[in-house]
Design a protein around this ligand. Structure first.
Ligand SMILES: [Zn+2]
Length: 320
């Protein structure tokens, strides 16, 4: 159902992904602004046009787009608004919008090397053939200006930018203090926990981000915001977010405990842990299951419950 207030219209479009529909939000203020831009399919574009029409607008009326993060279901239609004069988001969106060849090659090389170090077997080489597949769902463009923690959305000074990395390094949420509303992208969802996904370091040769550890920090940070209502990228609008955050953190600790118990007296590679943790999903959801596994191992390492050792260029994790 369409969620609407005086200044916000929720517009929902379908995606071909397992996550289902994705929401964008039309903000009315000094500028007409779309928060997120769906996915690049004709079905999504038709749904977005129809949604705009339902609330009295056309694509020609949209002046700005603000991005919560760089994933395809959130930046897909950025190049479909002829009168758009501003495209804003975290600086890390830029490389995904411009996606030049050196960046894409670096992305592939990073994962090839990372998964080799994680002990991934030859039979998963096919995964690398499909790394670029999601790009067909992404529009092209570039950022007009990047946003960071403490900024406000241009033309909507009541909406403050809150950096919420974890699900993606580029993730921003937007908080309106006057009524405690948060536009949370995929950082806070009601029906599912977000997957913190592995990403290359921001700068070549830098340290690999630890997305689950970062995600936990961001969740804890959100506990200090008086959030009353969350308008997410997927699923229902909801309240009671602080209870949800506490439950999510506990559940994650339980999953980490499962990994810890699994390690037992063995030294295992992340790939071996992933095979045991997701025997029936690893083939179909290789990237997701590896991200989840490595996330739990990173968390256990951060609380000093596992030790990591590199032997012949491959990482082994041992419970302590
Ligand atoms: Zn999403």
């Amino acid at each position: 159902m369409l969620y609407t207030t005086d200044t916000i219209h929720q517009l929902t479009v379908p995606t071909p992904f397992g996550v289902g529909d994705v929401h964008t939000y039309l903000l009315k203020g000094d500028s007409l602004t779309l928060v997120d831009a769906g996915i690049k399919t004709e079905e999504a574009w038709k749904a977005l046009e129809a949604g705009l029409k339902e609330v009295g607008y056309t694509p020609q009326d949209v002046e700005q787009i603000v991005l919560t993060h760089h994933h395809p279901d959130h930046i897909g239609l950025v190049d479909r608004f002829p009168n758009m004069i501003g495209l804003y988001g975290h600086e890390d969106n830029r490389k995904w919008l411009e996606r030049d060849e050196p960046f894409l090659n670096r992305f592939r090389a990073f994962f090839l090397e990372l998964y080799r170090q994680f002990g991934v077997g030859e039979e998963y080489q096919a995964f690398f053939k499909h790394l670029r597949d999601p790009l067909k769902y992404v529009g092209e463009g570039t950022l007009t200006k990047s946003l960071q923690e403490g900024d406000t959305i241009p033309g909507h000074k009541e909406w403050k930018v809150v950096a919420t990395p974890g699900h993606a390094e580029s993730h921003l949420s937007f908080f309106r203090a006057q009524d405690g509303t948060m536009l949370s992208g995929d950082h806070l969802l009601y029906h599912i926990s977000s997957n913190p996904l592995l990403e290359p370091p921001r700068h070549p040769g830098g340290v690999r981000p630890k997305p689950l550890v970062t995600y936990r920090e961001t969740m804890e940070k959100c506990l200090s915001y008086p959030i009353k209502k969350v308008m997410p990228g997927h699923g229902p609008v909801f309240d009671g977010v602080h209870d949800i955050i506490r439950t999510r953190l506990q559940k994650q600790e339980q999953r980490a405990q499962k990994v810890y118990d699994m390690l037992g007296a063995h030294s295992l590679t992340p790939f071996e842990v992933c095979q045991q943790l997701f025997p029936s999903h690893i083939k179909k959801e290789f990237g997701l299951t590896m991200s989840e596994t490595v996330g739990q191992l990173d968390y256990l390492e951060s609380v000093q419950r596992v030790q990591v050792e590199k032997k012949d260029g491959i990482y082994y994790y041992t419970a302590v």
